[in-house]
Design a protein around this ligand. Sequence first.
Ligand code: FAD
Ligand code: SF4
Length: 504
Amino acid sequence: MTTGIWILGDRLTIKQLSLQNNQAQKQQTPVIFIESSNYVQQRPYHQQKLVLVWSAMRHFAAELKADNWQVTYKIAADFITPLQDWIAANKITNLQITNPCDRPFLKLIKSLDLDCEITFLPDNHFLWNKDEFITWANSRQRLLMEDFYREGRKRFNILMDGKKPIGGKWNYDKDNRKPPKKNLQTPPSLSFEPDAITQEVIDWVKQEKFSHYGKIEPFNWAVTRQQSQQVLTYFIQESLPQFGTYQDAMIAGEYTMWHSLISPYLNLGLLEPMEVIDAVETAYYQQELPLNSVEGFIRQVMGWREYMHGIYHYQDENYSQNNWFDHHQPLPKFFWDASKTEMNCLRQTLTQVEETAYGHHIQRLMVLSNFALIAGISPQEIENWFHSAFIDAYDWVMQTNVIGMGQFADGGVLASKPYAASANYINKMSDYCGNCQYKKSDRTGERACPFNFFYWDFLHRHRDRLQSLGRMNLVLSHFKRISETELEQISSLAQKWWENQPLS
Ligand code: FAD
Ligand code: SF4
């Protein structure tokens, strides 16, 4: 029997079981990497995403080769032809693949007509595997992230003092999420000059014109495990102490604030979740860092990330088609071209995404996704846009974050109420409104902020449904203070906005 290993583009780690299990006979074990140009045509991926994934694959392949694995690297139209040739040439009888995280990719692999047996090995890249999460979920009446997170803290003994949480509380959010102050000095992000491999990929992506979306250069992302570890170390030294306090703040021109920028590397397998958590916990003890920041950050990785992955597998594949509010508006053109909107919050955020393929959580949730929700854009259209535009996007993390958290299209599987907000929130948490041609406090009138009339129109259109959630009653009680005439003006503004909107 000859075993061959296919390394998937988002599992770039020596720790995956296929490599671990065959370590002793690595010189005789064929390993293949495939860049498929057809596969990336399914949506207009940000050009930096293509560069990151392919450069990281090429770097990892080179590392395995240098470590005496028998590596084949193919650049091809599809997956099937290079796989068939390689299987025949190496007389492979058993193909080992790490179980793909994304359902569509698993389906694709299963549809390939290969002349050998396929073994899917468990993906050991999350702290909780699918079955463990499902067992946890089945034992609960409610699927609250906070409950899951506490379970994780206990299970892995992170920030614990015996059976109690360090500091006496599980959650320090009360001390976090401060609005931005004037003249905040944010740390510059660590950037990496493209080496010869990365430059080759940049030139290839430019030449082939796989997608026109996003600026390809400057390309500053890490592309190896070693560089990803540097990003983590830099984050802990420079940004972690302030991470919690300004976690939700947004400032024009400040792209990363105190965020870590590690999601692309975690999602590719270049960093492991537990090594991130361990490094942050160690820094907490050694450097006496503020607990609100340390706990807040660990909650992101140990709580939110694991929970989103778990829920993706707990739900079936129809989850992606959910549309609780029955929203069907198409995506406005400006999502693909930031210069086409005068809304400063959207223009700033979309420009940043075009330049870097990155936005931090609140820009994603409370600017981009919030706008799509209140304007009534189809959840599937906005999900497709997020999946195309972001450097760290994959099916498993998209469904839950966009369909679930951002659009509430699942009717409350993972959020107890929709993340919908007017200009009030954006103005409180950013400096965007100060330089906007719209009036942040107006919901009607010529210069009314679209976030305002869409917000109230959204609440009005879905009043009955929202009432059934219970948690929206306080917000809905504000309708008492809005006259019928004003409601009509609001709804007419929302309608007119769509009539004048170029669509993609
Ligand atoms: P930090 O703020 O420094 O947080 C640390 C880490 O926590 C992140 O790197 C990430 O691994 C993890 N994390 C925190 N929240 C989440 C979450 N909700 N889901 C998964 N991981 C989380 N995350 C992605 O990895 N890929 C995506 O495509 C993606 N799309 C999103 C779309 C929407 C609408 C929303 C609301 C969130 C999305 N997120 C996504 C989650 C989160 O916004 C990003 O993980 C985070 O902004 C990445 O930047 P960072 O590494 O600087 O994060
Ligand atoms: Fe955005 Fe409205 Fe503020 Fe302008 S006024 S930045 S559109 S929230």
